[in-house]
Design a protein around this ligand. Sequence first.
Ligand code: GRF
Length: 211
Amino acid sequence: MIDLNFCVFASGSGSNFIELDKFSKKQSNIDLKLLISNNPNCGAVEYASLNEIKFKILDSNKFLNYNEYVEELLKCLIQNNIDFIALAGYLKKIPNQVIAKFNRRILNIHPSLLPKFGGKGFYGMNVHKAVIDSKDKVSGVTIHFVDKNYDEGPIIFQEEVKVFEMDTPQKLSLRILNIEHRVYKKVIKILVENNFNIINKKIKIERDEID
Ligand code: GRF
């Protein structure tokens, strides 16, 4: 089986990043090489430094201009031989040049059933609050490829989560996060086993394929 290296981009508490690290340590052919974050004080960076995982802080605002930032980001991915990228709570836009270079090799996980409750402003608790306010009876997890527009790339996998009448955004978010932790690694494994050989093909992983 082909060995693939991946990089996680994260800005927040990093629970998905931690799960992906544990997963990668159990796989002989999938290596978590690098964490990229815009936020030096986030949980993901703290975990990386405590666990000797290579990380790089890249904040576009700290560069003279945006192109320099993009060049540095691409250089970092190339120098670390990154084959694919998993976004896990990364709050910055991925530059178009990176999306083009890693065509259909950037995944994102989102805590709703896209296209519902996705796009600008739908991050963190905002997503779950909007779901509860909408009175929808179901929310869930979506894993998709990253395209130029936020949360709009082709959907690879979805799993539903019931919304209860007594739910708060926090309670719903915890149930959804639990599912995220279980499914992200499984979807990645399926994609790696197919060597991401899916460009221009529609890929859809069904719920029963990952159990
Ligand atoms: C997750 O809910 C993920 O779906 C979204 O951001 C959150 C990140 O959580 N994109 P964590 O930092 O992995 O705990």
